[in-house]
Design a protein around this ligand. Structure first.
Ligand SMILES: NC(=O)c1ccc[n+]([C@@H]2O[C@H](COP(=O)([O-])OP(=O)(O)OC[C@H]3O[C@@H](n4cnc5c(N)ncnc54)[C@H](O)[C@@H]3O)[C@@H](O)[C@H]2O)c1
Length: 378
């Protein structure tokens, strides 16, 4: 029987949104075993939750520092090998830093840190180690996104000339218009969330996706953000013009006040020969547009897909897979990296993707605050 990677988890307790996605995703390719961690800052809640999900209490710790110190005392064959960081944003950096310094592989939620400076610091430590570091830009794990990436790479739509990414949610609408609720959510508090709410939370998914599918780096941007109330210092909406060059341009539109929207993330890339469009809420359909053919719809599991899309699908055509599967493909990529069997570019989002994401957030806020001016990303 193959050895599963021993996984620790920080955050992601029973009270969290993203915890269950990581727990299920990590188990989907039979590559990980959850050993322990710190699911909640309150130790009794932490123990209670660990018991609920069937973990032994002896590997549940009061805090991440204790976890690292105690795990280091164990034999290497028993010790946790990789740790997922699923806490509010401000804890990502101190946790990831200490984990890297003590030679643990890291799977970190986005945004990777709360500042670009912190992200650079992590990069420095990472470069001095032989470790794997992933940032869970979840949507890059979808098979039809990977198909889009491969089709763009092989020139099927020709040179890119226009990009349009929209990420619309409405969940913050009832919170932003209520001064009490607005002061309570951690996502609107800079000390917990970083300098941006909407752009940091979902704009960064769109930015990463753009660079992921095109394989190109954005050169400059101009942003116009909306804070809605004068006493609110965190954006909840933004429109960002993007330039890869003076001939390749487009837009990222992100909002948490698009009233009634759920998780409406769409990606559209247009080349000289054709276009590709994908919608997160209908993720098994990739729309292939061209001037010479009627609209074609590509779906997962078929032989016509690229090998990268094919390894990202577990079932035959017509068996829909979704967000859990997409996250599972990222976990699988990390496992293949750790086990030395990785094959494709983009099997998991890297530390560099996390770093670029932090640069994007800071530059988007800077552009807005300086009066909606163009700013360079490098
Ligand atoms: N990849 C995605 O699509 C996606 C989706 C949602 C959230 N996220 C990211 O995941 C992270 C968590 O978001 P969420 O919505 O699940 O947050 P949440 O507030 O719902 O849950 C946070 C969890 O962290 C725990 N926690 C807080 N402080 C802790 C500490 N000191 N030690 C251990 N655990 C602690 C809380 O008890 C809770 O279980 C954020 O960085 C967010 O941006 C990513």
């Amino acid at each position: 029987m193959k050895n599963k990677i021993r996984l620790g988890i920080l955050g992601g307790g029973g009270d969290s949104l993203i915890g269950i996605v990581h727990r299920i995703a990590s188990s989907m390719h039979d590559s990980y075993e959850i050993i322990g961690g710190v699911f909640n800052p309150d130790f009794s809640e932490n123990l209670k939750f660990a018991e609920e999900i069937g973990l032994k209490k002896n590997r549940i710790y009061e805090d991440y520092e204790k976890m690292i110190n105690e795990e280091l005392k164990l034999d290497e064959n028993e010790r946790i090998q990789a740790v997922s960081i699923l806490t509010p944003n401000f804890l990502h950096y101190p946790m990831a830093k200490k984990l890297l310094e003590n030679n643990f592989n890291v799977i970190c939620e986005k945004p990777m840190t709360t500042t670009y400076g912190e992200a650079k610091d992590l990069e420095k430590i990472y470069k001095s180690r032989n470790l794997t570091f992933a940032v869970t830009y979840t949507y890059t794990g979808y098979p039809m996104i990977r198909q889009m990436k491969e089709m763009i790479k092989s020139g099927e739509i020709g040179d890119i000339q226009r990009v349009d990414l929209q990420y619309y949610q409405g969940w913050i609408n009832p919170i932003i218009h209520d001064s009490k609720k607005r002061s309570e959510t951690w996502r609107l508090q800079p000390d917990k969330s970083g300098i941006s709410c909407c752009i940091g939370d979902i704009g960064t998914h769109a930015f990463d996706m753009l660079e992921y599918v095109t394989g190109m780096e954005v050169e400059e941007l101009l942003s116009d953000l909306n804070y809605v109330y004068d006493d609110n210092i965190m954006d909840v909406d933004g429109t960002i013009l993007i330039r890869f060059s003076d001939k390749i341009k487009g837009v990222i539109r992100a909002s948490q006040i698009a009233t009634g929207e759920e998780n409406n993330f769409t990606v559209a890339i247009y080349g000289k020969k054709g276009g590709l469009k994908w919608e997160q809420q209908n993720p098994n359909y990739l729309y292939y547009l061209s001037e010479s053919n009627p609209l074609r719809i590509l779906k997962p599991g078929h032989d016509y897909n690229s090998n990268f899309a094919k390894i990202s699908t577990k079932l035959p055509p017509g068996h829909p897979e979704g967000m859990f599967d997409s996250m599972a493909n990222i976990y699988y990529g990390v496992a293949r990296e750790i086990n030395g069997t990785i094959e494709f570019d983009g099997e998991y989002p890297s530390l560099n993707d996390g770093l670029r994401g932090m640069m994007f957030i800071e530059k988007a806020v800077e552009s807005h605050k300086k009066g909606n001016i163009w700013v360079k990303l490098n």
